[in-house]
Design a protein around this ligand. Sequence first.
Ligand SMILES: [Zn+2]
Length: 275
Amino acid sequence: MRSPPLSSQFIDAISNHTHMEPGRVEVLFGPMRSGKSQRLAQYISWLEQYARETNYLAFRPAEDTRDTAGYIASNDENTTVPCYMISGEEPEQAFEYVTPDTTFVVFDEAEMFSRFKLFSVAATLKACGYHGIYSGLDLDYRGEQWGPIIDISHWLVEGDGRHHLLARCDYQENGERCGRPAPRTQRLRNGEPEEYHAEQMIVEGSQENIAYYPVCSIHHHINNAPREPDLARAPPWPDEVEQIYGELRNLSLPELDTLGSEDLQRFQQTIAQIQ
Ligand SMILES: [Zn+2]
């Protein structure tokens, strides 16, 4: 994995700021209508008021055309947080805004940013001691990983930094709403479950025949879903990560249980080689 190019302002910021340890990384994720933006806006204002983390930067992908550009707004619109709109393909643009005074950096709609680039940005910001908060969907309409949230959660978040929000299942039968906790997002096309091989990103409201709602795993439907996950569709990870995953994938549960500290050290060394 190549590191994103660093702007001279960001390099100055790194050399001048006084953080002495890696920054805290938090992820806030869940399906559509699980209240992510609302929680994010409230959390930012809480950090400002009570944790005195006042110099934050917030970013949203310019590709998100749904609501007011330049703001992260909760659904009730009571809390709005100003943010910069940057290209989803170039999340490293965020470094141009970081100063020595920056306390935390927020990325909303993380799934619309380039997966490995935002992951690299998150790793860089963490290493440089900045508090990073990444909010978005973890799964696409198929229920498969979308964007960098799961990578960031697995590799960069420690302790209590994972905030998994659930919605309530909106599936209805005979006028009754299911109401179970809903970790997934159903996509309908012309009122029917979407085909497996459709576009991953269709912004809500951009096409009249597309609708979304949160569902439990029982009521999540996709047309023509393969029995086995289509691994060829997944973008390649950097070699070192492939190596670790390849090894872990082939271990049975009892074997996983016996992994010792030497194994862990070996994994750690491999991870350390990732550029
Ligand atoms: Zn349900």
